[in-house]
Ligand binder design. Sequence first.
Ligand code: M6R
Length: 610
Amino acid sequence: MCGIVGAIADRDVVPVLVEGLKRLEYRGYDSAGLAVLDDGRLRRVRRTGRVSEMEAAAREQGLAASLGIGHTRWATHGGVTEDNAHPHISFGELAVVHNGIIENHDAQRARLQDAGYAFESETDTEVIAHLVHFHRKQGLDLLAAVQAAVRELTGAYAIAVVGLDDPDRMVVARMGCPLLVGLGESENFVASDVSAIIQATRRVIFLEEGDTAELTRDGVRVFGEDGQAAEREVHVSDVSLASLELGPYSHFMQKEIHEQPRAISDTIEAVIDNDAFGPELFGADAAEVLAGIEGIKILACGTSYYAGLVAGYWIESIAGLPCSVEIASEYRYRDAVPHPRHLVVTISQSGETLDTMEALKYAKSLGHEATLSICNVPESAIPRASRLVYYTRAGAEIGVASTKAFTTQLVALFTVACTLAKLHGRLDPETEAAHIDALRHLPGSVQHALNLEPQITAWSERFAPKANALFLGRGVHYPIALEGALKLKEISYIHAEAYPAGELKHGPLALVDADMPVVVIAPNDRLLEKVKSNMQEVRARGGELYVFTDADSEFGPSEGVHVIRTPRHVGVLSPIVHTIPVQLLAYHVALARGTDVDKPRNLAKSVTVE
Ligand code: M6R
């Protein structure tokens, strides 16, 4: 959460910083701010609300400079106020932007207050500004002052610092939060992610845990945690500008829903090209790591956790291996019993979700050596901490509500299940060929499901005035009901809950009346008859049913029962196809309610706090 960007150049960097902050807004949108060094003055503009409001203020004030830092905030310590907005300044001389959480900020605040520092905000970040200033005043140069300050901090941070006495440098540091340096021609940049600086450069260095770096116009020096100069590889980013633009769409969520056929086919390209499942899909030493695996433990949060739940069904039924799926924030704080021959799979779109990262570290500390990450962001923290990785190729996902990341995670996890099955002698050549064929046809089926949009839009008008909704599913489609409910509550703010359909009669049925729309995922599988019985239970209590079923199921509309037919049942990959309608439903209900679809209230895309 929170995005940071910085630039040092021979030109005015304010437009670069503003553009960068707009691209980082998905990380938080409570407030935005800039600090620049302009002709011997440290100038700052901050506004609560969106970057565009801060941009207007910066324009009004004629802000222009060749060195500056910017921030977009998701509030943690301190409310959404201008005083709490970054950058934070110490004694009018030194400015800091920060992503992360400083855990020992109370102790440091007390110490700095004793040393004469007055605090203007409730943030943990202001501690960093004063601490660097304190060390600067002890005679350290800016780099050494930042290095001394971060040694005294515990917690997670990515920071960028500029100071009045240092008009030709910026110092940055990271621990636990992403930060990369962009290399230009006589200009250099820093950002939380490459999208923020892609218009200026594609050449980037991903800073490592504990790194600090000094940026001047002519160069970048990186130092490791031990303070010694360090060599870091220069990567050339292949993120496309088009993937960061809306194009003909109204919202990123809409664009990302419609990108799913392409995202899925990109993600499974290697499987289709090889015409086989195999450990090499997960990294060079995958055969060695996966050999002897006797079970799977999946750790993730939010939508990624629901992808894990689907995978649990697949892994047990296809590979015949026990699989447990757990919410990362729960696992990391319990006395888990490790199983050394279990593969720990973390799933994360961003690759930087703190709870998932910490759960992975905890699993490793318990002795789990076999680790696999399913991730959408190359070089992010979670895959870097894992022995094996499968990158989903969804492209940049900017809408806060996860859509294409989820369906690409599912195809990646299906590949995991099939590969484990093959390694355990449970995938005969005919079944392997059938599964690959199913994957090959999947983008087409997803496209057919997308074509249902007009019918789903018609339903959304009926949902928009509702206060609550229930989602039901059974078996491998129960997690899709969970995902549908999460999408709806996340972007439309309608209270929605999901249950396994068979569980309804054990309590939630008491909620059902004529005002409660009940969405049912009812594919034409072996559980359809069971689901139909559960639907009768709803109808008998006056509940209105909105059913997504398959074209080949003999199930039609009746009074109080609305039906939309997805394409013919696609077998084992059916949960992926059935995800599309619930995404579209949430999107269109949110549109009808006039909410901010891409930036729902109180949320942010990357959750790098507990
Ligand atoms: O980046 P991650 O996949 O680790 O994120 C996990 C969740 O924060 C994320 O899926 C969240 O639930 C989405 N906003 C749901 O749409």
